[in-house]
Ligand binder design. Sequence first.
Ligand code: GDG
Length: 559
Amino acid sequence: NRRSRGRPMKQRLLVVANRLPVSAVRRGEDSWYLEVSAGGLVSALLGVKDVDARWIGWAGVNVPDEVGQRALTKALAEKRCIPVFLDEEIAHQYYNGYCNNILWPLFHYLGLPQEDRLATTRSFQSQFDAYKRANKMFADVVNMHYQEGDVVWCHDYHLMFLPKCLKEYNSKMKVGWFLHTPFPSSEIHRTLPSRSELLRSVLAADIVGFHTYDYARHFVSACTRILGLEGTPEGVEDQGMLTRVAAFPIGIDSDRFKRALELPAVKEHINELTHRFAGRKVMLGVDRLDMIKGIPQKILAFEKFLEENPSWRDKVVLLQIAVPTRTDVPEYQKLTSQVHEIVGRINGRFGTLTAVPIHHLFLPLSREWTVGSFATDGRPLELPLLPLLLSAAFAAVATAVRSFRHCCCCCPQLSLLSPLLSATSIATATADRSLDFHALCALYAVTDVALVTSLRDGMNLVSYEFVACQGSKKGVLILSEFAGAAQSLGAGALLVNPWNITEVAASIGYALNMSPDEREKRHRHNYAHVTTHTAQDWAETFVSELNDTVVEAQLRTRQ
Ligand code: GDG
């Protein structure tokens, strides 16, 4: 049990992550507009209170000129953020290349890129070099802002080289590293050409944390099998020095969701949604549009359920929120088209004049695109009757356009005829093109069944957020056994193998027909977990253990 030991967090905490929790949009030579970004790490750390934390990270934009850099640094300082500036080429090789093309798929068991091996090896090396250079740039900024007594908490696979760089600057710096993705089996990790260098660098940290014991175990196995080091119950030992390795399951700020549900505007939104979907059960998926989230598998399972259960066809609706991500990467573009195509086909197949089975809210890639769905200030346009009429029209039109093998909601020309409109009108979007937080809470609250079908997922906060918003409804969570959350919410959720479409379809049926007693029992279990294992506990425990670990390490050195 790794609960906080009640130690007040007096130190300054330097949180170092690839991205800052804000996105910067340039408005002029020396003027910047800042927006909070969506994402798991951001959500978790937003829930951490009472820490004197500063964020250090890449602002996500190329700012070649000094005037722009100075202005951005100043604007970010007000949000206690410190930018790392990466030039375009390094950012591309480091972020799109090594992080997202190599490490992300590998850590989610999707393997290394399959292109021509020699070409891959060559580009692999240049991407790895850029990765190391970028990590060194992060280290320079941390070092510049570090004060004695600070705690440095490095996050995620983007920064595996950082602990080593920091310790080279200052061996007394307290450095922790936490991985938000799974750490794969050592048999997968050993395929990585830079496997040893990365492991050694991470081991330079005082403590290394993962979401689950399995990931921690995989990491220790990788160190013993690949580096020949000794694994102990506490971590990994190298020449008498111990690096603590442990599980620190992340949580959410459940109170933030509870408070949101009490707001009059959110209550009103819940009433509207309840009215809109009266007579139908609501199923919900909320995912970044990423291959690890298993969105096509989820939608195909829903199709199978409709196929096998005709009586449910006009009694259930699936709302799938998909936030575009890494949109310049071809695999992600392919996934987007694939999802749109499947949604279009299913809506064409099962839609009627009055209803479509899937509302796919694909949040648009460009502002121009949003004309007709959102006002430019982010408020939704008033489209009271239009969406319903268009939804109905869509079913008929979709059948006609099916032969084009496109979903209407991905084609700007046809978007006015798409169910997207009815979906967008049920929620507002923030300027960073994700759903407004309050709209998201309302959606969670009206949901009868949430569907999380990740093929692999470090934890999956969406499952936690859904549970937190289900105080009165006590809806059912269908959860992939390959999400870290399966280890904490497994007793309350219906666990599924997302690759087994038949099993997922059967679970949908089971969830929709579940007795109120069973729903209540399952919900109670999950709710107790989500409300007592919060983001704040997670951060406090990690930092507290980091402090203790450093003391232990120093004692060991003295002995
Ligand atoms: C990584 C790991 C791990 C999504 N769409 C909107 C929106 N979101 C928010 C959700 C949730 C977060 O983004 C997604 O978190 P997940 O945990 O589900 O997934 P990743 O982004 O892949 O996060 C994951 C996590 O890091 C933390 O360690 O659990 O395994 O992959 O909070 O609510 N928020 C808003 N509008 C949206 O449209 N406001």
